[in-house]
Every structure is written in structure tokens, then in C-alpha cells.
Design a protein around this ligand. Sequence first.
Ligand SMILES: Nc1nc2c(c(=O)[nH]1)N[C@H]1C(S)=C(S)[C@@H](COP(=O)(O)O)O[C@H]1N2
Ligand SMILES: [Mo]
Length: 409
Amino acid sequence: MNPYDPDVSLRRRKLLGALGAAFAAPLLANAAESTHIVLPFSNGERPLTSGFPQKSGMILQRTRPPLLETPFDVFDQRVFTPNDRFYVRWHLASIPTTIDPHTFRLDIRGHVNRPVSLTLDELVSRFPRFEIAAVNQCSGNSRGFFEPRVPGGQWANGAMGNARWTGVRLKDLLTHAGVLTNAVRVRFDGLDSGVIPQTPKYLKSLAIEHALDGEVMVAYAMNGQPLPLLNGYPLRLVVPGWYATYWVKMLHDIEVLDGPDDNFWTAKAYLVPDNHYANVHPGEHGFKQVPISTMLPRSFFTNVQAGARVRVSEPMLVRGIAFGGASALKQVQFSADAGHTWSTAALGRDFGKYSFRQWQTTVRFTQPGKQILMVRAVNANGESQPSVPNWNGAGFMRNVVESIDVDVA
Ligand SMILES: Nc1nc2c(c(=O)[nH]1)N[C@H]1C(S)=C(S)[C@@H](COP(=O)(O)O)O[C@H]1N2
Ligand SMILES: [Mo]
């Protein structure tokens, strides 16, 4: 597939032509909609919106810059999150509402032999095509569950999604430009900016070895379609296994650096306590912090909700999704007795080590009463999910074992 074939571009231009109006519409659209969703924490009521371009049925967390969360039932339906239901997160409020695929350029410059400026057609046609299935998860996914509560977007568990990303390896682009031997980091810039000039641009960087690992990629398509504008059209960085803060959207500039990156978004923002679960006590200070990096394993129930009624002695199918984070998912463990005993769940099709994978099991309760179901993922590195939630002031990296109570009657 070439998403920049004239036919698609034409359709896209029409679509993009309407975006200016669409961006102004969400508040109005919401006023007309009566549907709300209540996220499972206090103050959790949010409107559902279809008022953003190329998006439908999203939880409205914030209008500008947009924060849209995926309603959790979407994850029960398929392993790949549909583009129109894929969550959206932007930091800065000036986001281009139209991008002309014919004049757009991706620049590669800095400590390289030969700076290049590529058109989308050149990017698609001159470099080997690369595809990977990978989970994109915000560092602050599930922040709304932190106790005590912390400031920031009050996400439930829907600030994540899984897609098949198509594009080119960053390694191939950097090799084409010729990385100089003194290169240390590679920095990525998107087309968005703040409202006032003093706001630092959204820049993120990776160590040169990581940038050249052959997995980090520049994606032009998501689930076989051009990226939705709000997910970074026309290009975004994909950093498999790493939190989405590094997955720079509307990527237009790649700069090879010969020293550390001291820009705000890499050096000062997105720091976490330097321990395995990014875990400190509320009020604790003076601890060492490091830039956030690889994701931890997680697993979720998708077909059972807290408070569900279950029939005594009838088999009940329980299923969900899980992912390994930095390494492949190895096992999903399930408990029907609040974590006293665990069994291994069956896993669905494997789409690669960075993808969601479905799991399922059946359970039959012999006694009526309240029961607590739990699910826990283990990855190939032997990392698992803690039974006690982590806590840090930014609300990052939650991966506690998920529990839900059911009523057996
Ligand atoms: N240009 C740009 N890229 C960005 C961001 C941004 O604000 N600007 N936010 C990052 C963060 S923090 C997240 S969680 C992901 C969200 O990706 P999505 O909106 O496609 O789901 O984009 C990342 N890439
Ligand atoms: Mo994020």
C-alpha cells in the first residue's frame, strides 16, 4: 500500500480542508450529545465526543490541546485499536489543521555527512518498508487511579492503543544521511508549537545506539491507513517498547547531536524515580530521577466489569488483553480468589513482542458471595505486575495487578 497514491491524497485533502471548522466544533458537538461516561474514580464523569476530525466515540478529557481517551470496551473487540478510536494526547495548543503532503519535508541534519530533506514520496519509495505491531501507551495512562490523586490528565486505562505501524526504519534514514562518529543522541521535532513563543517546542531525543537499533521507525501509516491528523499525520516516530512520550507526532525534523540533549522536554520533563516501578512515598523528596524509558508489563479485563453479577456453578468466560512492555509477553496469570491461587490463561494469536495479545480463561464459582478476580502479566525479562500500586507525583508508569469484584449469586 502506498498511502500517498493520488487517490488517497485527494480524499485526504478534502478531509483536511474541513479540519479548521472541525477543530472549533467539539464543544458544540458535545452540547448536542447527551452521552457521558463515568470513569471509575471520583469526579470521573466525562462527555463522549465524536466532534474531533477522524475520531468517533471518544472520552473528552480536554479540548485544547486535545486529550481524548479510548472507551475501554473498544479493547474487548479486537487486538488492534481502530484509528478512529485511538487515544489522542498533545501538549501544545498550536497544532496544524492542514498539512499538504506535496510540500511537506522531513529533514535529517546535524552531525551527519549529508543533510537531507525528503518528500513523502521519496520516503515511501526510496527506503525499505518496515512494519511492526506495537502498543503506544502514555506514561500517565491510568493516572486517575493514583491515591493520593496527582495533577495531570485524569486518564482511566484508555490512554493506550495497539496498531500495526508501517513506515521506514530510522536506521535506514540515518544511514542514508551518514551519521558522524561523534554522534551521541538523535532529536525529534514535531510541527506543533505553544501559543506563546516562550513555550519550549516539543522535542524528544534518543541515544544514538537506540536510534540505530533497527526497530525505532518513522511511520506513515497505522493499521494500513495514513495516520489520522491527531495521531501525527503525516509522519510519527514509533519507539517499540518505550512510553509514547518519545513517539513524536507530525515529525518533520531529525537532528543528530554530538552531546547531551538539554531541552526542556527531555532533560526536565518526563523524569521518574530511579527504581523499578518508579515508586516513592507521597511527600518524599531528594530521590534520584531518570528519564522515563521502557514500558512495564500490564494486563486488563475487557469483558467483565466491577460489580458484575455471576451465576453460581455456571462457567463464565473471562478475557482481556495484555502486553509485555519492553519484552515479549510470556504469561498471563489469573486468580479467582483475590490472589491466593493463580492459574495460567490461554493466549490468543501472537502479533509480535510489542503488541497487545488477547488472553482468556473460564471460571466457575461453587459458592455464592463476593469474589475478587485478578490478572497479572509476566514478560520475557521476568518482570511482572506488583500487587501494590506504585506512586509518584507525575502519575507515571502505573502497572499494578488489576482486580475486579464480582457478585456470585
Ligand atoms: N509532536 C508531538 N508529539 C507527541 C506529543 C506532543 O505533544 N507533540 N505527545 C507525546 C505523548 S506524551 C503521547 S502520550 C503520544 C500520544 O500519541 P497519540 O496521540 O497518537 O495517541 O504522543 C507523543 N508525541
Ligand atoms: Mo503521554
